[in-house]
Design a protein around this ligand. Structure first.
Ligand code: ZN
Length: 136
């Protein structure tokens, strides 16, 4: 079994989900198949399919949202790379023991029916990494 099975989706920070949805609908030729707010993270999200791949757009719902802070610092664009895992707790333990900094010590509920954990970009060469496991 692989540790990180595949790229599950790319997360892209946008100032406006309405504008992002319009842009990506034109780009990909299909509308988002799902929209979902994650209150605990201060985000509204939408999901698009491009063949087998998924794109997640994220908009801040309040000024303290990590997405608001990201856009303030780095502007709109790729925010995180999400990898699918089969056993998120095992991967969290493995990556922690490899010296990666986990941003949450327990899996949390993310969008799209996933358990998620983020790795600090400081230890990953500048890219925020999300691990996600289907909640079934
Ligand atoms: Zn994500």
């Amino acid at each position: 079994m692989d540790h990180l099975n595949k790229i599950e989706h790319l997360g892209i920070a946008v100032k406006s989900l309405d504008e992002g949805n319009a842009l990506y609908t034109k780009l990909l030729g299909v509308p988002p198949y799902k929209m979902e707010a994650v209150e605990s993270e201060g985000v509204r999200t939408s999901f698009f399919k491009a063949g087998p791949n998924k794109i997640e757009l994220l908009e801040a719902t309040n000024p303290d949202s990590p997405i608001a802070k990201f856009i303030e610092k780095r502007g709109e664009g790729i925010h995180h790379v999400a990898y699918a895992v089969d056993d998120i707790k095992a991967e969290m333990a493995r990556l922690s023991s490899e010296g990666f900094q986990l941003l949450n010590q327990e899996p949390k509920m993310g969008a799209d029916n996933k358990w998620v954990c983020f790795l600090h970009p400081r230890g990953t060469g500048g890219t925020l990494i999300e691990l996600c496991q289907d909640r079934g």
